[in-house]
Design a protein around this ligand. Structure first.
Ligand SMILES: Nc1c(C(=O)O)ncn1[C@@H]1O[C@H](COP(=O)(O)O)[C@@H](O)[C@H]1O
Length: 164
């Protein structure tokens, strides 16, 4: 098994229904990745350990999803220079606006690349990680180019929205 290049982490198992869309894109594009629940609130020591070891283990990006008071992506970014891609998970109380604002409003000096709320954001975070890796992984570059071509072809093949 290839060493993981991307870590997909989330604050709770309940986030998997959203975050699986990131993992599926990585799988589809042939990117070795790992998946784990890591929480700034519930497992703070594990969070620090994960961040401390990320670069040394060869991770080139961390996709971090969390909902509500979504501190996970920002805390990871505080502890590692590995790029953190933050995915706001849709919350029950505030529809994910709380998650989005918690992730996007980072102080200067500690960036988190923030994606859209929910599964579209998760999928795009997976695609963005692929774009980060493409220059050093020709097979990923080719898979990404193929994905985009097929996406375009699908739209062009069905230009009339009245037709099924
Ligand atoms: N935002 C965070 C963090 C964190 O930021 O570290 N850890 C868990 N959570 C979030 O709490 C929500 C509810 O979690 P439960 O469903 O387990 O109660 C989840 O969306 C999770 O991401």
């Amino acid at each position: 098994m290839d060493k993981p290049k991307v870590g997909v982490v989330m604050g709770s198992r309940s986030d998997w229904e959203t975050m699986r869309h990131a993992a599926e894109k990585l799988e589809q594009l042939g990117i070795p990745h790992e998946v784990a629940v890591v929480s700034a609130h519930r497992t703070p020591d594990l969070l620090f350990e994960y961040a401390d070891q990320a670069a040394g283990r060869g991770l080139r990006a961390i996709i971090a999803g969390a909902g509500g008071a979504a501190h996970l992506p920002g805390m990871l970014a505080a502890k590692t220079a590995v790029p953190v891609l933050g995915v706001p998970v849709q919350s029950a109380a505030l529809n994910g606006l709380d998650s989005l604002l918690s992730i996007v409003q980072m102080p200067t000096g500690v960036p988190v690349a923030t994606f859209a709320i929910g599964k579209a954001g998760a999928a795009n975070a997976g695609l963005f990680a692929a774009a980060l890796l493409a220059p050093e992984m020709p097979a990923v570059a080719a898979a990404l180019a193929r994905f985009r071509r097929e996406q375009t072809d699908t739209v062009l093949a069905h230009p009339d929205p009245r037709q099924p």
